[in-house]
Design a protein around this ligand. Structure first.
Ligand code: IMP
Ligand code: MG
Length: 176
């Protein structure tokens, strides 16, 4: 089940759980019991969102979008496709986009700009992993679980060609 060309655990279950708890605390403090709308970006964020929402003690509603930016390699195709739209309106809500990982930033920028046009009361971004060294557009997350420079990772929701999402740790597949 472990990816063949790796074997190295980069972030353990414990490390992930610690950062998710911290993010939940920060968000809970910042929103101070206001209702939050979490917008999960499928598919990669499904585990992160599931754990994060249980660490948030403000009222919260959830919706998902499905965006795809990758073919089957580890490089961005640059083309962002909306495969599933939101079902709820973001208008006048305090919205937090929940991403698994920010790489070039194209996916997030595309979603951020689209939601901003729909007039949320506020719009912030929470990502489990921030690959800072790879950024190609000027966009950053307000809440960051773990930062890394570069490299391709799988596990805890993150895939390589749709596989390995169910690994409970995060593995490094390819050094940057
Ligand atoms: P961006 O548009 O280049 O920022 O790419 C963001 C999307 O690419 C993420 O939401 C992931 O689905 C995917 N992605 C980027 N880096 C990785 C990685 O290291 N492992 C798995 N998926 C990744
Ligand atoms: Mg993906």
């Amino acid at each position: 089940m472990i990816p063949e060309n790796t074997g190295r655990v980069l972030f353990s279950r414990d490390r992930i759980a610690t950062e998710v708890r911290r993010l939940g605390r920060e968000i809970s403090q910042d929103y101070d019991n206001r209702e939050i709308m979490l917008v999960g970006v499928l598919k990669g964020s499904f585990l992160f969102l599931a754990d994060l929402i249980r660490e948030i003690n403000c009222p919260a509603v959830v919706d998902f979008v499905r965006l795809a930016s990758y073919g089957s390699g580890t490089q961005t195709s640059g083309i962002i496709e909306f495969r599933k739209e939101l079902e709820m309106s973001v208008r006048d809500r305090d919205v937090i986009i929940v991403e698994d990982i920010i790489d070039s930033g194209y996916t997030l920028e595309c979603l951020y700009n689209k939601l901003q046009l729909q007039q949320p009361r506020s719009l912030k971004v929470c990502t489990l992993v921030d690959k800072q060294g790879r950024r190609e557009v000027d966009i950053n997350a307000d809440y960051v679980g773990i930062s890394m420079e570069d490299g391709f990772i799988v596990g805890y929701g993150l895939d390589y060609d749709e596989r390995y999402r169910n690994l409970p740790e995060i593995y490094l597949v390819e050094d940057g």
